[in-house]
Design a protein around this ligand. Structure first.
Ligand code: HEM
Length: 279
């Protein structure tokens, strides 16, 4: 996962050219993010799995699970982990802290019925796996994008300049493009994506279509990394002192979500092309 030699500041990057440095820094952010998401999923997995088992067993109740599950150690661990969770994140799951605590502690001042809690947990976005977005990231991305909006065209210009600088192989992809129009389109697409984060089911098919079109433009996986690096750099420049590590992490999460969906669709399109040629 995270290479300790690379997280100890600039020493591990000694002698690397700046674009390679940024590429590795990007990779570390991505790994750290994946590790954090995994922790988060593991935690909810701990809650979900027993509930699923209970729900599958005839006549079993959440209360029974609560008693079996809430050993002293598990309780302490669960409460400590809960304390670290963002209230907005819980809200996104459609549950509140006191409901989970009441289950963990086995106290039900207001009865939390099996059906009520289990139904909400089963319908929570966690079930959609990788398409779940941390609500805090959503908020940060929306806030920061709003701040960039007034200078969006200048920012897009900086973005392409930076992209061509750190990855000259991207330049030829745009050889026939009218860049003013391209800047407008990319800003518009990012605005739609940011606005669409609350409705991923509607957003992702459009993002996958975009990915398929990018396959046709000749865009490859490495290009997506370069675009990620250039995008984060541009946002950092645009926001100046308002830019925070949390924003970097949030944008990384959202960019990884969007670019992964695009790349996945591109891979499928490539496989389709190969089959079509073979046939
Ligand atoms: C989240 C990532 C990206 C977004 C939101 C995005 C958005 C867009 C949009 C909206 C267009 C207009 C055409 C269309 O809708 O198909 C476009 C075109 C294009 N994009 Fe991207 N793009 C992304 C990533 C990339 C990457 C990684 C590259 C590679 C360097 C790239 C290269 C191009 C090229 C070559 C075109 C065609 C330009 C033209 O037709 O003149 N894009 N992109």
């Amino acid at each position: 996962m995270i290479d300790p030699h690379m997280t100890g500041g600039s020493a591990g990057f000694h002698g690397l050219p700046p674009d390679e440095w940024e590429r590795r820094r990007w990779q570390i952010i991505r790994d750290a993010h994946a590790a954090r998401d995994q922790l988060f999923r593991d935690f909810f997995g701990q809650i979900l799995l027993p509930i699923r088992r209970v729900a599958e067993g005839a006549g079993a109740t959440l209360r029974r699970w609560g008693r079996a599950y809430a050993t002293w150690r598990t309780r302490r661990q669960a409460v400590a982990e809960l304390a670290g969770l963002d209230d907005r994140a819980l809200k996104d799951f459609g549950i509140n802290r006191s409901e989970i605590e009441s289950v963990v502690y086995g106290r039900h001042a207001e009865p939390v019925t099996e059906g009520k809690l289990a139904a909400r947990l089963f319908h929570m976005p966690y079930d959609r796996g990788s398409t779940w977005v941390n609500p805090q990231s959503k908020r940060l991305v929306k806030e920061s994008w709003r701040q960039v909006a007034p200078i969006a065209d200048a920012a897009a210009e900086m973005f392409y300049q930076r992209l061509f600088e750190i990855d000259p192989s991207t330049r030829k992809l745009f050889h026939a493009s009218r860049m003013a129009e391209q800047r407008r389109k990319v800003v518009q697409a990012l605005t739609l994506a940011v606005e669409g984060l609350d409705n991923l089911d509607a957003l992702l098919p459009a993002v996958r279509d975009l990915g398929r079109r990018h396959h046709a433009y000749g865009v490859n996986d490495r290009h997506y990394e370069s675009v990620g690096v250039a995008l984060l750099w541009t946002l950092q420049q645009g926001l100046g002192a308002a830019w925070t590590p949390e924003m970097a992490s949030a944008w990384t999460e959202i960019y990884v979500l969007l670019s992964d969906a695009m790349r996945q669709a591109a891979r499928e399109a490539a496989a389709h092309d190969t089959r079509a040629v073979a046939a």
